[in-house]
Design a protein around this ligand. Sequence first.
Ligand SMILES: Cc1ncc(COP(=O)(O)O)c(C=O)c1O
Length: 394
Amino acid sequence: MRQSFLSAEAFLDIRRPVDPVRCFRPFAASRAVQWFHDHFSGSLIYAVKANMDKEVISTIASAGVSRFDVASLTEVDLLYHHVSEATLFYMNPVKSRAHIRAAYFDYGVRRFSVDHIEEVEKILEVTEEAKDLTLFVRLHCNDAGSVLPLGKKYGAEGEMAVELLQFVRAKAERLGVTFHVGSQALQPQRYGEAICHAAELVRRAGVVAELLNVGGGFPVYYKPGDPQDLGLYPEFIETALNEMPMVHDGEVFAEPGRALSAEVESLIVRVDARRGNELFINDGGYGVLFDAANCDWVFPVRLIGDEGRADNFVPFHFWGPTCDAADQMKGPFLLPDGIAEGDYIEIHKTGAYGNVMASGFNGFGIYEEIHLEDEVMFSNYADVSTAGGLQKIS
Ligand SMILES: Cc1ncc(COP(=O)(O)O)c(C=O)c1O
């Protein structure tokens, strides 16, 4: 059971932890789901890969999400046992035969994605020519403007895509179309373009789809310059939907991971040493801060308990606790000039692709876990003016 505190300050009043602390704010996941329900006319699928924590999954499910995108048999098993009545979408375009077999026969999974005819043949063989499959054709799309493009790896293109759509139409009970505009997609028009491009391929194939899944990619407001208002994203999607040849009762889905989970967690780290403008902290690139080290992610940070300190804010970069020189987070992270060994920093929005990437390298990767009741540092889903995370949620 995670103990609850009003804020990181309240927690540090009674504890001075040596290890980093994962702080959970379940209300942030419910709020993100609610935003999609209010602004997006389709249904939500939660991409479990972003955050597999059981409480996070339960919170998202309680907020009204019953569909989950799973990438592996481990995720299938987790959802199967953890959320009763979950509908699973196995959206990894390349899967092993053993995993397809177990997903279909042992867990009742009927929805899969494919981006090659060979994968369709594999699924048909393994499922003994099943007649109840929903197959989503993953199409290539323009993912420019996303921070983490995925198009190099997956997505059928051109004539191959047309043939694949026709093949799936002939073999599957239901045809779906999907794409991914890249994670942290900063340009909302990419969704509209991807739908129009998919519509053109579907028309060329002379087929009609039952389902359209516009994928994940919805961005999180991490730093100035990132989209704060997500409103344009559903607008571009809804406008382009008219173009898509679909059956009259067709279903539309979005499959966010980051956008539902990022604000759910923050991380309290301790400064173990300061060398000029370099801070040695107790988590890093082999931990929850994987993206800060490997993708130069600049998470919002604040010195805990800095109220009343009149220091200038200056740029720092961080070193993680392992002996690896790659365990470096360039930032820059703006923090008060007077920061010193023994101080604690709260790093916000670490809920997406954080702990799921953490390893036990060098014996680190041990986290205490608590709940916090105060606000996140700026949010996509609420007007949070505090920079210090001290505003209590009513
Ligand atoms: C198939 C699929 N769907 C959804 C997502 C979630 O993307 P995001 O977290 O950017 O919303 C991913 C991320 O890799 C993905 O591969």
